[in-house]
Design a protein around this ligand. Sequence first.
Ligand code: SF4
Ligand code: SF4
Length: 165
Amino acid sequence: MAINVKVVERPIEETSYVRATLKGMANTLKHLVGGHRVTTQYPEQRESISRRWRGTHRMLTTEDGKAKCVACGLCPTVCPANCIKLVPGEDEQGNRYPLVFDIDEFRCIFCGYCQEVCPEEAIHLGRHYENAEFNREGFIYDLERLMAQTHPVTEMWDPADPKGE
Ligand code: SF4
Ligand code: SF4
């Protein structure tokens, strides 16, 4: 069978690297001499982040200060990074609760599945990113630490507002 070769004609302005380079340099020069400044003087100056920003987790608590988690096991099951460790416990009344609930924030990919799947709206990602540590162990957030977080929680995608913000 004969093979046909289709030759696609492309205009010179789409294929000239010289032209593209010059255009890029002109753009740089324009910002160098008169463009508005885009540098943020962090940490003194902070930009606001999206309400849907997914950062450091929080475990929400009940009115009497206990974790809302009922140790159902859904979040460690759905977690694609396998970074949630859950050991369930049960009290005399048969209520389940987490004996151990750890999240490795270093392995986490901040996909948000754990928040989406949680039937108790207990585990949330948060609008927080200043969680640097000096060693990997420091990124393990146990239940107590997750409950002690106070930053705002991440809002999930709203179908009524598909573009978000
Ligand atoms: S955000 Fe995603 S990767 Fe991180 S703990 Fe939750 S499910 Fe796992
Ligand atoms: S999905 Fe929610 S209730 Fe279930 S184990 Fe995770 S945090 Fe606890």
